[in-house]
Design a protein around this ligand. Sequence first.
Ligand SMILES: [Zn+2]
Length: 492
Amino acid sequence: MEFSFYGGVDEIGGNRIEVSSGDERIFLDFGTRFNVEGLYFEEFLRPRSFSSLGDLIELGALPKLRGIYREDLLRNMGLKFEDEPCASAVLLSHAHLDHAGALHHIRRDIPFYMTWESYLILKALEDTGTASNDFLHYRPKFHFTRKEKLVGNTTHKRSREKFERPVKILKPYCTEDAGDFSVTPAPVDHSIPGSCAYLIEGDDAVIYTGDLRFRGRRDHDSRRFVKNASRFSPNIMITEGTRIDQENSTFEDDIEERASAIASHHRGLVIVNYPIRDLDRFLTFYRAAVNSDRTLAVGLKQAYVLKLFEGLGYPSLDDLAVYIPRRGWGLISGDAFVCFDGEWIPASDLDEDYMIQDYRLWERDFLELDNTITYRDLQDEPSEYIFQCDYFEFNELIDIRPENAVYIKSKTEPFNEEMEIDAERERNWLRHFGIAQYNRFHSSGHAGRSDLIEMILDIEPEAIYPVHTRSREEFEVFRDEGIDVLVPETRK
Ligand SMILES: [Zn+2]
């Protein structure tokens, strides 16, 4: 079997690994290479919509590969569309964008394999995010369709058709065929639900770890994977190595304990910022709220994710409060006046039908809930709540005007210039409102050095390809253990 790496080598994420045997090939993940895209693009300098594929290929952010990309994007660039797809499947390890972010460039006849939880996370991103997040659907671009007029001539309009992509939902340890390969997903612990490693059988026995850790709430999943992977006697193991040069980080339980203590002793509002798709971290703050007799108030995007995960073992929306921000014209819960047929009236006199127009369609269902709150509730009873608030929602503080509030940042520390600038802006907001900040409430989604070494020695592959790391040289230690350390070369 052969392995080609189109991203994820000597960088954190951007995994796109081609596994082939003769004419058969599959891909392991198809993520965004953020460090390459970041060299050329930012918020206001983006790939052009008519040439998103071409612009990214030109700058090395996407590989020049035949038979993988969408027909509409290729044809619009005047390029040939191959009749046959080059791969039988893309196996997704988890729904973080450094693994899944480039899926929407892929042609619609290549099926995506993923767990049900990964499917739900991608659905949440697709439903609540921007238009280019069509991971699970295929909306053909550059298509006009015929529009019949009542009389006489016909005209054409831009097509808004949308097709479901072929997605195979995988069950833990249930083996499926992907072309000539047999693939078995093994759940692992990482900072997003539904993460899995893969056991792949062809001419070789191959392990792909995806991203994983051993100190979260699902460490038992990772340990079960190690046991099964060891029994599999792999020739090749493609292993992540994000933290091979660092020691293990704290346990998720430590964060819960420390957050509970702060929320119990503090009188004012407790504001928390954590990655909303990390549902184990959500659980940490949910429990901190229970432990301190508070209610966790979540934003609409978090509420949407939780609605999708209902019945999968997480707290239900009924056990939380859902925070409704003012949007658009600010008609809900403010002191706004609007002009109605030439007369200024209080917005609070308006019918519901007018108010909901401030919200996107997916948001409107939440407005009906009994347990919604607004900034007024957080103002009146700050000690009743832990308030989930992303950095991008800090403008809510202007409405809330919290007194004596504290802020717990439960995210990875800034690791590039852009993140430093955001962190500085974050501090400005907190300073303006006199809010004290607590840092280091984060536990990494990645195994540290000793856990990684133990995992690889337990699995005992003949050879490893280290990916998803900036410290590949640290893997040389495995040579002394009789494990061959292979060089994954990046191909363009
Ligand atoms: Zn990753």
